[in-house]
Design a protein around this ligand. Sequence first.
Ligand SMILES: [Zn+2]
Ligand SMILES: [Zn+2]
Length: 323
Amino acid sequence: MKALVYTDLQKMEYKTDYPVPNEEFLVRVMGCGVCGTDLKTYLKGHAYFQPPCVLGHEFYGEVIKTPEGLGYKEGDLVVVAPYYGCGECALCEKEAGSLCQNQSYVDYGAFAEVVGINPSFVKKGVFPIETADDVYTLVEPLACVINGVKHLNIYPKSKVLIVGGGPMGVLFALLLKAKGVELMVCEPAESRRELIASMGIPCCLPSEVEDRKYDNVVVAVNRKELVEQYVEKAADAGTVLLFGGLKRGEDPAVSSHAIHYRQVSLTGSYGLDIAHFREALAMVEANKDSFRQLITHRLPLEEGEKAFEMLQKAEALKIVLVP
Ligand SMILES: [Zn+2]
Ligand SMILES: [Zn+2]
């Protein structure tokens, strides 16, 4: 089958003779989004994904093989969560399934023609969808955003600032807009500001952000100085969400004055819980046209490496690869 294989740092090889996964449940991939984690892995490596391997986890597709009794038949369309927690431990109880020590996950990457799924995963991790639509590649990243929003502290008079107008920042904006929350995105790149403004999302330069105006701040860029800066800039009793992961040891020096005397909270979120995935799927179903705006490019799998280059240069928001 076709596959885009991550063979080394900053190297992807397109193959047409990659082995089809040996599993009882197979999904033919119809589209897979390129995620920030895929890009980070490609550029700098990742402890979990050692080359050679196939990346990609934001996908939907068609069931082409299934055992009886799972509730699916060949030809059914599905979207698949990358992992879920055990559902029984203390972490899962608080919807922190991304930290569960007893997770189930999909063993194969989706920058490929076919993904194999263990039948035991299907009941909780695979969801039926009505139509073949690239918008379903956004369910997984949106689930991560929903996890992030649960860590904010949004009240009716809240004003939310999103730092960084990359794909995740814009996804935060689209979700909060759908919920009627007042928000602003700050982004230095003019091309991105124009794109964001064209979606009807308020957008400004970082230098235009007023001090102490925003009581919820999402830092959707992985730079520690932004965390330091926005803990200072957040309104009294505000919340700052560290959404972009930083390297171990890259610790922001945050103002204890802001945290104690102004009651600013600094919090973070990582990955998703399966409850967030279900919520994201319902949200995408109800707002397809709005979320679809995030997908700026659709490329054949064989041009996959180009997608990584474009994302590196911030020339695109979401890119969907199609085998
Ligand atoms: Zn992702
Ligand atoms: Zn658990």
